[in-house]
Write a protein that binds this ligand. Structure first.
Ligand SMILES: NC(=O)C1=CN([C@@H]2O[C@H](COP(=O)(O)OP(=O)(O)OC[C@H]3O[C@@H](n4cnc5c(N)ncnc54)[C@H](O)[C@@H]3O)[C@@H](O)[C@H]2O)C=CC1
Ligand SMILES: O=C(CO)COP(=O)(O)O
Length: 314
């Protein structure tokens, strides 16, 4: 919808019946209540590879679990392909980032990520938002800027694709932690500590995966972390708030009724960090809580009772 005012734009859905419903109602009550889909946006379904022929830019906006099959179906694309997914492929897999999945299943495409602090509802309402188009390919970055950059939506280019992807993935895990902290009523000091130590944790992990340290101070790192850790529109933050009330994970996800990428991602990040030898105590505490190994108060106490360390060295 954000691109459709200035470009010929189609929204593809895998579900034919849902595509018909969107076409008839011109709105998406479950995800974007109160937002009218622009008349200029066409809604399509069917074979994505066939539909992609003739497009100048393809953007995949499924949860992380859908990225591999979508990239595989678009592997012959000759135009830039970007994804909006934030996460690592779930545990039980190698825990790959988006660009690593792309290298595995669609190595010949030019890919990148569109990321940054951007609650979908605010973007759809035209509220001011700044995003990052991250790719090693200038053509991908420029196609994203050309498609989405408007007075309401600024799109900054960044060449650091791994760094931008790690920021988007890890901030979801940290938002669960800050939701937990706020739900337990631990106070604003505790939340600021979690955000800051979380940023250090995200940066260590991201640098180990080839990201640049300065990327984590930008929109795709600190920016999205601040938004998601403090904004009640965040589904990941809401999971933390529900867990703090004593809900079991299954119950919390059922009451949320939406995808919370930080849940599968926390386990994937912890497993990959362990293989890399990167210490991620907040992520580990979130995983212990999600696995039901500790209670909410124990998860927080575990973090606060760690041995003293230097702020710079860890
Ligand atoms: N909602 C938000 O505010 C933002 C979400 N993101 C990220 O974008 C990604 C998508 O998030 P949402 O749109 O909120 O998720 P969602 O749960 O609304 O899913 C988007 C669409 O993908 C479809 N889908 C799910 N699995 C699929 C598959 N295997 N193949 C094809 N389609 C599939 C769903 O049916 C749905 O229509 C996530 O990784 C999220 O972290 C990024 C920025 C903002
Ligand atoms: O990524 C987002 C905002 O940038 C959306 O966050 P949630 O998935 O936690 O709702």
């Amino acid at each position: 919808a954000a691109a459709s005012a200035r470009h010929d734009t189609a929204l593809w859905s895998r579900d034919l019946a849902f595509a018909r419903q969107l076409r008839d109602e011109r709105s998406n009550a479950r995800y974007l209540a109160g937002v009218a889909l622009p008349e200029s946006l066409s809604i399509v379904s069917g074979d994505p590879a066939a539909l992609a022929a003739g497009c100048d830019l393809l953007v995949i906006a499924t949860p992380m679990a859908g990225l591999r099959p979508m990239l595989a179906s678009l592997r012959e694309a000759k135009v830039p392909v970007a994804w909006a997914c934030k996460g690592l492929e779930a545990a039980g897999t190698e825990g790959l980032l988006g660009h690593e999945i792309q290298q595995a299943v669609a190595p010949s495409i030019s890919g990148g990520v569109l990321t940054g602090p951007s609650f979908a509802l605010e973007v759809a309402r035209g509220q001011p938002t700044a995003l990052v188009a991250a790719s090693a390919h200038a053509a991908v970055r420029q196609a994203l800027v050309q498609a989405f950059h408007t007075p309401q939506l600024r799109v900054y280019e960044n060449e650091d694709l791994p760094g931008a992807e790690v920021g988007g993935a890890v901030k979801n895990v940290l938002a669960i932690a800050t939701g937990l902290c706020d739900g337990l009523g631990l106070g604003l000091n505790a939340r600021a500590a979690l955000v800051t130590r979380g940023l250090a944790e995200m940066t260590r992990f991201g640098v180990a995966l080839g990201g640049h340290a300065e990327t984590f101070m930008g929109l795709s790192g600190l920016g999205d972390l601040v938004l998601t850790a403090t904004g009640d529109l965040s589904r990941n933050r809401r999971v933390g708030l529900l867990l703090a009330q004593g809900q079991a994970l299954k119950q919390a996800l059922a009451s949320l009724g939406h995808v919370a990428e930080g849940v599968p991602c926390a386990r994937a990040v912890a497993a990959r960090a362990a293989r890399l030898g990167v210490e991620m105590p907040i992520t580990e505490a979130v995983v212990a809580l999600l696995d039901g190994r500790v209670r909410p108060d124990e998860a927080v106490r575990g973090l606060m009772s760690r041995d003293p360390v230097s702020e710079k060295s860890s």
